[in-house]
Design a protein around this ligand. Structure first.
Ligand SMILES: Cc1ncc(COP(=O)(O)O)c(C=O)c1O
Length: 278
């Protein structure tokens, strides 16, 4: 949706298709690139499907055509150790609240060469080098973009959340999450009528699913009474729902503190829902 704003500048928005597993079609991506392409933007990990996109490959292809790449890392920062220099992306965004930090704060990382070309998006204190009645020059990065008194508490909170996550061996956390994903995929696949939406080879510990004849809202509401919390809805990704011909999905997502017993409880609870509706 943010990229639809590009129409104001008469830019065309072209969308990379995904296959039935929820993986980006790289051949189609290459075909979409032309000399007018200004930017490639892609989600690092899909919140709706769990797909981990092959972002390094995408960045390499885009850079071979001198096109900058923006990665939406809202879902990847909680699951993966991120090194923007290693990834080579030109922009990277993420939200504090998805990595156990405060709400209302996030990060836009950008390479200096692009940030210097960009005008400030809002005005306020401490962003100006010099002002006269008819002219203004802006301060150096990042102050040019940090207008007004900043969200100091949010910044400190987000820093603490990042330190909290980084005190762990992130590789070990990922191993546990992958084991949970494998276990849950097998467990949920045994449930009759349950369809997993998003079966990419590279997947984060997220399982989106539907159950034949039962609306995801009902699934979520009923298993909530068992103390099992999942997310239901279109996950702010309606075009993805349309691609898979479903109005919404139920989505269980696992992080490092989740357990195998909790997955057993989820499966048990889902079977209960099916019984209620049959
Ligand atoms: C991949 C992805 N991008 C962006 C967002 C939006 O994040 P925020 O709520 O911080 O605007 C979300 C939130 O669900 C997300 O999953």
């Amino acid at each position: 949706m943010p990229w639809q704003l590009s129409r104001r500048k008469n830019l065309k928005l072209r969308v990379i298709p995904i296959n039935d597993a929820g993986e980006v079609d790289i051949d189609e991506f290459v075909k979409l690139i032309n000399p007018k392409t200004k930017l490639v933007s892609i989600v690092h990990i899909s919140n709706a499907l769990g797909t981990i996109n092959p972002v390094k490959k995408i960045i390499d292809i885009a850079h071979a055509h001198n096109i900058p790449v923006l990665l939406d890392g809202a879902q990847s920062t909680p699951h993966l150790k991120i090194d923007v220099q290693d990834l080579g992306c030109d922009f990277f965004t993420f939200s504090g609240h998805k990595m156990f930090g405060p709400t209302g704060i996030g990060v836009l990382y950008g390479k200096t060469q692009y940030l210097e070309m960009m005008p400030p998006y809002q005005g306020g204190g401490d962003m100006i080098r010099e002002v006269t009645f008819d002219h203004t020059t802006y301060d150096d990065l990042p102050r040019k973009f940090e207008a007004g008194t900043p969200n100091i508490a949010g910044g400190i909170g987000l820093g603490a959340a990042i330190d909290y996550l980084n005190q762990f061996d992130r590789e070990e956390l990922l191993k546990h999450e992958n084991a949970l994903l494998e276990y849950a995929t097998a467990k949920l696949s045994e449930i009759k009528g349950l369809r997993i939406i998003g079966t990419a080879k590279e997947k984060a510990s997220v399982i989106s699913f539907t159950i034949e004849g039962i609306h995801p809202y009902d699934i979520g509401t009923i298993i909530d009474t068992d103390g099992v919390a999942i997310r239901t809805g279109h996950h702010c990704a309606q075009p993805v729902m349309r691609r898979f011909n479903v109005p919404a999905t139920a989505r269980a997502s696992f992080t490092f503190y989740n357990t195998f017993e909790e997955i057993d409880k989820l499966a048990l609870s889902l079977n209960k829902v099916i019984k209620m509706f049959s």
